[in-house]
Ligand binder design. Structure first.
Ligand code: WTA
Length: 661
């Protein structure tokens, strides 16, 4: 059971003594500390040993690591050859585990799960790979996926890995315009989609969105379409192809391509503080090793476990912890097509009971949405199989943490608050179940091989850790780890400027952090203009450029503000062009503009029409002032003496007060 004791800084520390600590991969804090120290002292020794033990190589590597963070020229497992799909599938079949369940697909409608064994997944992946080869997809060709949460999404990812074609999965909530930008940037000639998606009882017109997106991309050779709902969709002759008839009769084996350790496994677009989204590149060996190892140790995977991460494969969490991490461990992984509230607030727990889930991984925003429905739904189901409860995507507020711990975990399961990013490829700060004391709101301590440092953003100097003292700064990593992103597609300079040049010699996360007196990390959120809305990353610059593309908009500035369920809400301050007036229709139109350029999930909570924005005399926008105003904290504006026209602030305060009533 849990013991609660007050820590000196006032948070509650939980020491979870559950069956999760008995025989856990890392049994105590002392053991963690020793292993962590060893791993950061000799990263090559640590990762080299693991790479040989945990992965299947076609050819051994010569050197564990070359290059440096300073130069941005890192390479891991140099000279090594392997194939990720072989590591995720063939080796378990070869070990005689072909009949073990690899994927449980929990469909949108409850009670309709479908299970696929490792042998079945291998066959399906090989058949898809053979179709791709038949139509001319080659090693190195980027392939875009715009897929619903159906097992075929994972099959296609693995089929891409099998033939060495890097995938670029685009979350199916993105609009046609956002999809077009991503297809265009990576210049992918191949696209996979489905007729429609199904989520919370509603259909999502995926094929239609793809049609709109690629109508101007004449470099697209083929659009491969899976059937999900059977909807009548339009198919362009010569370009579009139904997959089901193509798969029939395909050989269920396809030899895996021999891939270099550093060959790209995938690109994944993510938002930054400026400009358009970046196609982050992840490598083959380093990525799969890190996904495999973190998944195994952090979720304390054991034979017979049923592991459920309810994210979407369109985000990095889905890549690393629905598909690659669990399958590279031979675990049973669950794919969830629905939402936490469909058909009611008990859906997650119904899934846990039905499939005897042992690890459950979700986002704080989902927990906060469920908290509103009270604990009853968690009491209706048998949750006794659960050992570990993970969260990811944004800081978890202590109230949500405690609710998850009490009502879902019954004070018996470890809450694993995992901090990481699309860039890091896998979890980098996390408690280890059974070893690390838990503090609500803290991702606690670095994973093995991760050497964290807190830097002072003004001086760029290290803020040293002094036991018993709290300190803050920006979170950086001091030495490379295998799954860090290697580059931005077609723009290495941007990669250097964003991550490696701000603090030379360090990887810069873009997050602020407080380290408590025990050295535990509390990530406080982005220090740049990236918003985190319901765990989805959106750049304020992206929303602003969507708005100024509208005829009526002269200028806009978008900021986040604390939101009870979403974590962060979006507020857009907009200056209209002369001759336009604020009307309900115009506001609706502006909202639609953002939905159609980015996607519905980026829909703003507030649009504040204003004649001017708070700028300094030199013309610099004071976002801090805009954030305080929308957060109803105008009493904490700080120094506004540099503003060119201080009266702007008063009129904005007044306007926001009426909007937020
Ligand atoms: C935030 C998601 C606090 C952070 C895997 C980071 C978190 C961004 C946590 C990356 C956490 C993620 N605690 N903040 N446990 N996990 N974040 O790329 O700001 O979608 O930089 O990757 O989410 O979001 P991304």
């Amino acid at each position: 059971m849990a013991e609660e004791k007050g820590s000196a800084v006032g948070e509650v520390v939980h020491e979870v003594r559950s069956h999760s600590s008995k025989g856990a991969h890392v049994a105590s804090l002392e053991k963690y500390k020793k292993l962590h120290e060893d791993s950061v002292r000799d990263p090559s020794g640590y990762w080299g040993r693991l790479a040989r033990r945990e992965l299947k190589w076609m050819h051994d590597f010569d050197k564990v690591k070359i290059g440096s963070l300073k130069n941005g020229d890192l390479a891991w497992f140099v000279g090594g050859k392997l194939n990720v799909s072989e590591n995720c599938l063939d080796r378990w079949v070869e070990e005689g585990r072909g009949d073990d369940v690899a994927i449980i697909w929990e469909k949108d409608e409850p009670g309709q799960a479908v299970k696929y064994t490792y042998l079945e997944v291998l066959h399906k992946v090989c058949q898809i790979a053979n179709v791709m080869r038949k139509f001319g997809v080659k090693k190195g060709d980027p392939v875009t996926l715009y897929m619903p949460m159906i097992p075929e999404a994972a099959f296609v990812m693995l089929a891409c890995a099998r033939i060495g074609a890097p995938h670029s999965v685009v979350f199916a909530g993105f609009s046609a315009e956002a999809l077009r930008a991503r297809v265009d940037d990576v210049h992918s000639k191949w696209i996979f989609t489905a007729d429609e998606g199904l989520r919370g009882g509603r259909t999502i017109p995926l094929k239609k969105t793809v049609d709109d997106a690629i109508s101007s991309c004449d470099f697209v050779n083929k659009c491969f379409v899976f059937k999900r709902t059977g909807a009548d969709v339009s198919m362009t002759e010569g370009r579009d192809l139904w997959m089901e008839p193509e798969l029939e009769g395909q050989r269920p084996y396809c030899p895996p391509e021999v891939m270099d350790a550093e060959d790209p496994l995938f690109y994944l677009y993510t938002s930054g503080s400026t400009g358009k989204p970046k196609g982050l590149m992840h490598s083959t060996a380093g990525y799969i090793l890190y996904a495999q190892t973190t998944c195994k140790i952090i979720f304390d995977l054991r034979p017979g476990d049923v592991y459920a991460c309810v994210a979407d494969v369109g985000w990095i969490t889905g890549h690393s912890y629905i598909v690659y991490g669990p399958l590279a461990n031979g675990t049973t992984t669950l794919m969830f097509e629905s939402t936490p509230l469909y058909p009611d607030a008990g859906r997650y727990w119904d899934v846990v009971e039905t499939h005897s889930v042992t690890q459950f991984y979700t986002a704080p925003t989902a927990i906060r949405a469920l908290m509103r429905h009270g604990p009853e739904p968690t009491e209706k189901y048998d949750l006794s199989t659960l050992r570990i409860l993970g969260t990811v995507g944004e800081p978890i507020n202590p109230a949500a943490w405690t609710w998850y711990f009490k009502h879902v975990g019954k004070e018996r399961c470890a809450i694993i608050d995992t901090y990481w990013q699309t860039e890091t490829g896998g979890i980098i700060v996390t408690p280890l179940p059974g070893a690390t004391p838990l503090k609500p709101g803290s991702a606690t301590l670095p994973f093995f091989g991760i050497d964290l440092e807190v830097l002072d953003p003004q001086s760029g100097k290290v803020v040293p850790f002094v036991e018993g003292e709290e300190s803050s700064g920006v979170l950086c990593v001091k030495s490379a780890w295998p799954s860090m992103t290697r580059t931005v597609f077609n723009n290495h300079e941007r990669y250097m400027n964003t991550y490696l040049k701000p603090y030379p010699g360090y990887y810069f996360t873009g997050d602020g952090v407080t380290r408590d007196k025990d050295g535990f990390f509390f990530v406080t959120g982005r220090v740049d203009d990236v918003l985190n809305v319901s765990g989805h990353r959106i750049g304020s610059a992206e929303i602003e450029s969507a708005l100024v593309a509208h005829d009526a908009v002269a200028e806009s500035a978008c900021v986040g503000f604390p939101h009870e369920v979403k974590g962060e809400g979006i507020a857009c301050y907009v200056i209209l062009k002369l001759g336009n007036e604020e009307t309900d229709d115009l506001i609706k139109d502006l909202r639609n503009q953002i939905r159609s350029v980015i996607g519905p999930f980026a829909s703003p909570d507030y649009i504040v029409i204003t004649p001017a924005l708070p700028k300094t005399r030199s013309g610099k926008l004071m976002r801090r002032v805009l954030r305080k105003i929308i957060a109803l904290e105008a009493d904490q504006l700080g120094d506004t003496s540099t503003l060119a026209d201080p009266s702007v602030v008063d009129s904005l305060i007044e306007k926001v007060a009426t909007l937020r009533k």
